[in-house]
Write a protein that binds this ligand. Structure first.
Ligand SMILES: N[C@@H](CCC(=O)N[C@@H](CS)C(=O)NCC(=O)O)C(=O)O
Length: 308
């Protein structure tokens, strides 16, 4: 039985990044649909409070954030690689796209014409509930105005077009890298904005590249209920091996919280069981999910020791 589970929803750009990476690697996976707004009791049972979308699960190990999901997929299916040796800067470029490009396409696409298209036919209460959910989620961030986002997106698109225009099939050469997937999900979101997607029209090289990215598809998903995903965690016999490396400022067994530093800053509390340059892992217990190891990327997350 296939043990790789992705918790996601259709309209999530970061979920699309994960789905395309699964497609690129030709993987079979199980698909749990999660709500796009709180409450998310089954999500929180597995993650301990991290509510962002998507996350992956293998037994009683939970992997938060697409930067880490990429590394999990790479471990499980090393070829074709998301991290080609000739593109050492690709992970950093992906961080730029996931942060800067993403927070440009969100306000750009969510301008009134894009909203009307994306939420066509949705009851007004749904729109209200969505706005009320996202306000605290992004509290403290400076949201670009439509004018800012339009100007910024044009210059970002021009740079991407320039990078691809010399006949490169992908951003860093003739094979894709994590950077391509991080840009693709942002432009996928712009495409979902109906009339506002015309901003992409002048960029022929991006258009051809985007078609190549979409052609990877989503791999082979099979639906799974979230209750079954919880049962899988609860009945798993153990966890992926992990260890706390010396000299990184923390000790195994410490009570810690791990919190995203950018937005959706909900701390997850647990016992530190794994720490390396790229990953932090905490153990926690949930009455329904059992003892779960929750993995986060090291970059973009703050670890704090708690008084136990
Ligand atoms: N850095 C995270 C970002 C994830 C993210 O921002 N996801 C959005 C959806 S695309 C989200 O969580 N929205 C609120 C929600 O789904 O509850 C990642 O790479 O996974």
């Amino acid at each position: 039985m296939n043990d790789l589970i992705l918790h996601h929803y259709d309209g999530s750009p970061f979920a699309e990044k994960a789905r395309l990476m699964l497609g690129f690697k030709g993987l079979a996976w199980r698909s749990v649909k999660v709500p796009s707004i709180l409450p998310k009791p089954d999500v929180v049972a597995l993650t301990g409070g991290y509510r962002r979308t998507p996350f992956a699960q293998v037994g009683a190990d939970v992997y938060c954030d697409t930067a880490l999901i990429a590394r999990l997929l790479e471990q499980r299916a090393p070829a074709p690689t998301l991290f080609p040796a000739e593109a050492p800067l690709a992970p950093l470029f992906a961080q730029w796209a996931d942060a800067t490009l993403f927070w440009t396409v969100i306000p750009y696409t969510m301008q009134p014409a894009g909203m009307a298209h994306r939420f066509a036919g949705a009851p007004p209460e749904m729109l209200k509930a969505f706005a009320a959910d996202r306000a605290p989620f992004t509290a403290g961030m400076t949201r670009q105005t439509v004018a800012d986002a339009t100007a910024n997106l044009r210059s970002q698109l021009a740079a991407l077009e320039g990078q691809l225009a010399g006949g490169r099939a992908f951003l860093f050469g003739d094979r894709p890298s994590i950077a391509d997937f991080a840009v693709a999900h942002c432009l996928w979101f712009v495409h979902s904005g109906g009339p506002v997607a015309t901003i992409l029209a002048p960029y022929a090289a991006i258009d051809a590249w985007f078609a190549r990215m979409q052609a990877f598809g989503h791999g082979r998903p099979e639906p799974l209920d979230s209750a079954d995903a919880l049962a899988i965690a609860a009945s798993a016999g153990g966890h992926a091996p992990c260890a706390v490396a010396a000299g990184l400022g923390f000790e195994a067994g410490q009570a810690v919280t791990v919190t995203p530093t950018d937005y959706g800053r909900d701390p997850v509390a647990g016992t530190l069981v794994g720490l390396g340059g790229d990953e932090v892992v905490i153990r926690r217990h949930d009455p329904r999910a059992g003892t779960v190891h929750v993995h986060f990327p090291r970059a973009g997350f703050q670890i704090k020791q708690e008084q136990s």
